[in-house]
Write a protein that binds this ligand. Structure first.
Ligand SMILES: *Cc1c(COP(=O)(O)O)cnc(C)c1O
Length: 387
């Protein structure tokens, strides 16, 4: 049986939480209108801007990542607005649903799950829009369901050339895992969530909002109340929140952002890159096929095909025997793939352990020789080396 206290979360959220952050969560709450809390909001907001590489406003919402995305959409757009939605996985699909739910006219650009969105498809549609009817481009940077990273740098350059459409980007599993220079790429709305790269339990989400997006928000007529970003902007000017925030999660945020600053952005990105390479190369050495296109692997999650092996049963064995939780496939991928999360508070030991656990389980099922496991660990160690 799995031991809860030892359970290692190798899923793309919730991710492991450092002790320091757990301790912050256990503190007594303080009044959210107090000076102490305002000081805390001031510091966390400053550090969030650092993490987002932006001078734009970064707002903190009590809610999950979906709340942040929904807030971005409903705070800037109006009924019947034409938007492009990129869809190459479960999360892209969700944003199509949200957009339609709010009465937006959706032009879908899709790609087969496991492959990236083609930036040229965005370019073509945006270039043809001479009347500037397209009001936003909504897409997911790192598609967690398939382990694919989309070429946001290229797609955002096409959005910039259009000059009218806002970019509304789900960076939930890319922010804090790889470079997302918001100001350089001129991204208008960027959403993320605490239980991913931030190393905090679920409950907070973050939205960065550009000047252009604030201008659009003046005219937005979609129904909204709790998720109206204007309210968050207004109260942030006095380092406050419009409603009672999850105070203890903000304590946790303060600790985790300090840890991230200590490590530094470049080192954080390099660590995720090394872990991605170690896991993906080791998986191939174990005779497993990657699900995602190899040139576009997400920095935070690796999706692995299991062929004739039932992926759900495989995950169960790994959990019970090694206390490592892997993520399953979603929808039609259930039973066909498992996903290894290497996002947030993950170190080399976690990576070596998960590779050994996967390898040993394959040996027990007579799928590979023990030598293969050795080879996989050797390849992984090579990629884990800090250059
Ligand atoms: C986790 C995740 C979200 C947010 O999901 P919530 O459950 O609402 O926090 C959004 N997009 C991606 C790509 C994710 O991985």
């Amino acid at each position: 049986m799995a031991i809860q206290q030892k359970l290692s979360l190798m899923i793309p959220g919730p991710t492991p939480v450092p002790e320091k952050v757990l301790e912050a969560l256990a503190r007594h709450p303080i009044g959210h209108r107090s000076k102490d809390f305002q000081d805390l909001v001031e510091i966390t907001t400053k550090n969030l801007k650092w993490l987002h590489q932006t001078e734009n406003d970064v707002l903190t919402i009590t809610g999950s990542g979906t709340a942040a995305m929904e807030a971005g959409i409903i705070s800037t757009l109006s009924k019947g607005d034409k938007v492009i939605c990129g869809e190459n996985g479960k999360f892209g699909q969700r944003w199509v649903k949200v957009a339609k739910e709010f009465g937006l006219e959706v032009i879908k650009i899709d790609a087969e799950w496991g492959t990236p969105l083609n930036p040229d498809n965005f370019k073509k549609i945006l270039e043809k829009d001479h009347k500037k009817e397209i009001k936003a481009v909504i897409l997911t940077h790192s598609e967690t369901s398939t382990g694919v990273i989309n070429d946001l740098k290229m797609i955002s350059s096409h959005i910039r050339n259009h000059n009218k459409a806002l970019s509304i980007i789900d960076c939930v599993t890319s922010l804090g895992a790889c470079n997302v220079p918001i100001d350089e790429w001129e991204l208008d709305i960027v959403a993320s969530g605490s239980q991913k790269g931030y190393m905090i339990p679920p409950g907070l989400s973050f939205v960065s909002v550009s000047k252009k997006a604030w201008q659009a928000s003046e005219k937005s007529n979609l129904p909204k109340f709790y998720l109206n970003l204007q309210s968050y902007k207004k109260s942030l000017s006095s380092n406050s929140n419009p409603y009672t925030p999850a105070v203890n999660l903000v304590f946790a945020l303060d600790e985790s952002l300090k840890m991230m600053k200590d490590e530094g952005l470049v080192k954080i990105f390099q660590r995720h890159q090394r872990h991605k390479l170690a896991v993906s190369e080791a998986a191939k050495t174990l005779n497993l096929k990657l699900f995602a296109d190899e040139k576009n692997l997400s920095p935070s999650v690796t999706a692995i095909q299991t062929g004739e092996i039932d992926a759900e049963n495989f995950r169960k064995i790994i959990k019970n025997k090694y206390d490592i939780l892997l993520a399953g496939g979603q929808d039609h991928l259930k039973g066909k793939i498992f996903r290894v999360g290497h996002l947030g508070y993950v170190n080399d030991r976690d990576i070596i352990s998960v590779i050994a656990a996967i390898g040993n389980t394959l040996v027990e099922q007579n799928k590979i020789s023990t030598e293969r496991v050795g080879e996989a660990l050797k390849i992984a160690s090579y990629h884990l080396k800090v250059s």
